[in-house]
Ligand binder design. Structure first.
Ligand code: SPD
Length: 384
């Protein structure tokens, strides 16, 4: 079963991808301004820090919210003496805008597939020296030659997942099975003011385009305009566009349905078993997020040394399993499988079956057409 799934994934990853922060400037690694970063809490972990290693320096990690078991920071510091400072972005476009706005000092970024391709084109990433990673063999071969980063020339795959619908079982006799529950104004009105969509233009358009029967990475202006109008048609029923705390809003009951990322909803379901997640029947966006080295860290041997220790640590079988069991996303780390919870490995909305995989699509790099996405996204955001 797993083999079929992986070959489906390989086909998707080969055809799908090929087809297709904060705004202030912060020198997070510099001595003058560390405001862009937030030091990870390394004091609350279980690890005994009494005989911790001597100061191994600091590594600046720019990632998505709640995308790592926070205990890992303390464990890593205990083993290496390196302090990891975490900073958060909300979308791939936020990450790029922050860096293009002049932010420097980050050592490792976590962009998704299409953004890796863009960042490589823009010379923002250092090349990956796989010979410096003892754990490189832990990865499932399905993930080691992605078209957005041939032969992992720059990045290591971190987690993968899908963008579907989070809902509350209390509200449904039969689970929702379609994007219509969000995009059909009449159906959405049943939860008016209690629905969130991601604050992420490619994700919002991607889901809308799939619902309309188009490619999630269309470069056809008329199709994109149709998707924009679809979202405008249900905007009055949205609570907000929200990417970082939407699962918390579901936990408090303030919202009842969300366009969301698989692991976020399943991790929330650990706290409230009434929360659940589906991949709609029309299909969904899938993505692979990656650990990538910043170009400036790549030019500094001391920083690079810390970076390889961090990448190797996250890619260790036991740590990757621990991390997966906290974030509830699918792991590309084959060696971690023995340590991953059975309910994660067997959940078809986390590791979809072959039939579902056929309905998944990568967003893809749309090149200069990104400007059209941005313009129409602004029109959505600006509308009353
Ligand atoms: N908690 C945030 C998890 C981030 C998941 N990746 C998003 C991919 C967007 N294309």
């Amino acid at each position: 079963m797993k083999k079929i799934l992986l070959s489906m994934f390989m086909i998707l990853i080969m055809i799908g991808v090929a087809a297709c922060g904060p705004s202030d400037t912060a020198d997070v690694g510099g001595e003058t301004d560390t405001s862009g970063g937030e030091e990870a809490d390394t004091s609350g972990g279980e690890a005994d820090t009494s005989d911790a290693k001597e100061d191994g320096g600091t590594l600046y990690f720019y990632t998505w919210s709640e995308y790592i078991d926070p205990d890992i920071y303390a464990q890593f510091k205990e083993e290496t003496g390196i302090t990891v400072v975490e900073d958060i972005f909300g979308s791939n476009e936020d990450l790029l805008a922050k860096l293009q706005g002049g932010a420097t000092g980050y050592d490792v970024y976590v962009p998704s597939d299409y953004m890796v391709e863009i960042m490589i084109e823009l010379d923002m990433l250092a090349e990956l020296d796989q010979s410096r990673l003892e754990t490189i063999g832990n990865l499932d071969p399905t993930f080691t030659n992605p078209p957005f980063d041939p032969n992992m020339g720059h990045c290591l795959p971190y987690f993968w997942g899908t963008t579907g619908i989070g809902y509350n079982l209390e509200d449904w006799d039969e689970p929702p099975d379609s994007w219509a529950y969000i995009f059909d104004p009449e159906l959405a009105s049943n939860f008016s003011g209690q629905i969130t969509m991601l604050d992420d233009m490619r994700e919002v358009f991607g889901s809308a385009l799939i619902y309309l029967g188009y490619s999630a990475g269309t470069t056809d202006e008329a199709e994109l305009a149709e998707a924009r109008d679809l979202v405008l048609g249900i905007k009055e029923h949205l609570y907000s566009f929200e990417s970082d705390t939407y699962e918390d809003l579901m936990l408090t009951g303030e919202t009842r349905m969300s366009q969301g990322w698989s692991g976020d909803i399943f991790a929330a379901a650990v706290e409230d078993e009434n929360l659940w997640y589906i991949i709609p029947k029309e299909g969904a966006v899938m993505w692979v997020d990656n650990l990538c080295i910043s170009a400036d860290a790549g030019a500094d041997p001391e920083r690079l040394d810390r970076v390889y220790q961090w990448l190797d640590y996250l890619n260790r079988a036991d740590i990757a399993a621990q991390n997966t069991n906290w974030v509830w996303y699918a792991s590309p780390n084959a060696a971690a499988e023995d340590g991953i919870l059975e309910e994660i490995l067997t959940e078809p909305a986390i590791y979809p079956d072959a039939e579902t995989m056929e309905r998944l699509e990568f967003l893809g790099n749309v090149g200069d057409f990104t400007e059209t996405y941005s313009r129409m996204w602004t029109e959505i955001k600006a509308a009353d």
